[in-house]
Design a protein around this ligand. Structure first.
Ligand SMILES: [Zn+2]
Length: 237
């Protein structure tokens, strides 16, 4: 993969249908980029790929480094090389939506293109969730979202890895913003629900080249996949 191309394994719609019993390994994912997001087998927590390590962000704030053989049923990643970096006043984020404004300011023609970004520094507040994992085979992500673990961290140093996908790709990707956070000490993190930051550096890249690898399992092939826009917004928004 060249810099600033997306590699994605499987589809968000497959996860929504509960297809999560196997996938690529953590060792394979590390080859696909220096930052990424995803989940693990049976939707056990959130995945964050950052600079050569794959982290599993679990409920109750537990974090572990994935073993090379851990399987990943869904992930999106990129070899991120920022084309633009914002710091100081322009990088002040009053909320999650403010990040969208920063991305727009950099590339206001990117409504139908993908963007990747990395936000590093001091966060005044980050509200994260971690999915707790399937209780039975095939349980959908939409249902799991109702029992997620939510934690709010204040005055914390860390990194957000994120992607912005066009509206029309909802269900293949997560449309709009999708970001995961990990703190500097690797002790806290998750899928970002809300944020507030006053002293961060925001690196941004626009992406127009995608590689999507689909699972070949019977489970994937027999899944009935539909795009549940409302369900996706509630669980991934
Ligand atoms: Zn997520």
């Amino acid at each position: 993969m060249a810099p600033n191309e997306i590699y994605q394994y499987s589809l968000v719609n497959a996860l929504m249908s509960g297809v999560s019993d196997s996938g690529i390994t953590a060792a394979q994912l590390i080859e696909k980029g220096n930052q990424g997001l995803g989940t693990f087998v049976r939707i056990e927590g959130e995945l964050l790929l950052l600079d050569g390590a794959v982290y599993q962000l679990l409920a109750e704030g537990k974090i572990r480094v994935a073993s090379p053989t851990d399987q990943i049923p869904y992930a999106v990643s990129t070899h991120f090389e920022p084309q633009h970096t914002v710091t100081g006043e322009g990088a002040r984020l009053e909320n999650k939506e403010a990040l969208d404004v920063v991305l727009e300011r950099y590339n206001n023609h990117a409504s139908n293109l993908f963007m990747s970004y990395r936000v590093e520094g001091h966060f005044r507040r980050v509200k994260c969730r971690t999915v707790k994992g399937q209780e039975y085979e095939g349980q959908s992500l939409a249902e799991l979202g109702k029992k997620q673990f939510v934690a709010e961290y204040s005055d914390i140093e860390g990194t957000i890895v994120g992607f912005r996908s066009p509206r029309t790709w909802q269900g293949f990707f997560v449309a709009g913003e999708h970001m995961h956070f990990i703190d500097k000490d690797r002790k806290a993190g998750g899928h970002v629900l809300e944020l507030e930051a006053d002293d961060v550096r925001i690196g941004i890249a626009t992406i127009n080249n995608l590689h999507i690898e689909l699972p070949t399992s019977d489970k994937f092939n027999s899944a009935v996949m539909t795009t549940d826009d409302v369900g996706l917004k509630s669980v991934e928004g």
